[in-house]
Ligand binder design. Structure first.
Ligand SMILES: [Zn+2]
Length: 161
């Protein structure tokens, strides 16, 4: 990137620091032409494609506010939600894509939410997967029961089928 002072096309990195949440890197740079210093922030871009086709930047806050409603009255703390949002971000970023459908984010929320609180999971899944009958709930609950039986040998991946 160009030096913001003299437009010199090259700069030297003098310091790099990862942000506390690990999602961005701040670099201190020095221009070899004019010697002045400036900072850049580097983030892997991740955009969400909404149903109406509009792109918006991925936001953990949006994940949290989307899930919070399903967690009402449940023993779920703000830090639980923060961890959940982080896991969701890891899941969607692991695909390597720079754009992700809002729908796929809903999907990525299900597994960590199930690990966090099964009642909140059922509430969220019933909206997100548009449960429209008791059978849908029974199927989801049945699946949870099956997974409980297999819990002894279960690993942490929780990817599902
Ligand atoms: Zn310069």
């Amino acid at each position: 990137m160009f030096c913001p002072f003299c437009r010199h096309p090259d700069s030297r990195v003098v310091d790099s620091r990862t942000s506390d949440d690990g999602t961005s890197i701040r670099r201190r740079r020095q221009c070899p032409n004019c010697g002045r210093r400036f900072s850049t922030t580097e983030t892997a871009s991740l955009s969400v494609v909404k149903r109406n086709g509009v792109l918006e930047p991925f936001s953990r806050e949006k994940i949290i506010s989307g899930v919070r409603k399903a967690c009402q009255g449940r023993p779920v703390t703000d830090s639980d939600l923060a961890v959940l949002a982080q896991r969701v971000e890891e899941i969607v970023r692991s695909s390597g894509a720079s754009q992700i459908d809002a729908n796929d984010i809903g999907l990525a929320i299900l597994s960590p939410l199930r690990d966090l609180d099964e009642v909140a999971y059922l509430r969220y899944a019933s909206v997100y997967q548009a449960f429209d009958s008791l059978e849908d709930f029974e199927d989801a609950i049945g699946q949870l029961r099956i997974d409980h039986h297999g819990a002894a040998g279960r690993t942490a991946d929780g990817a599902g089928a």
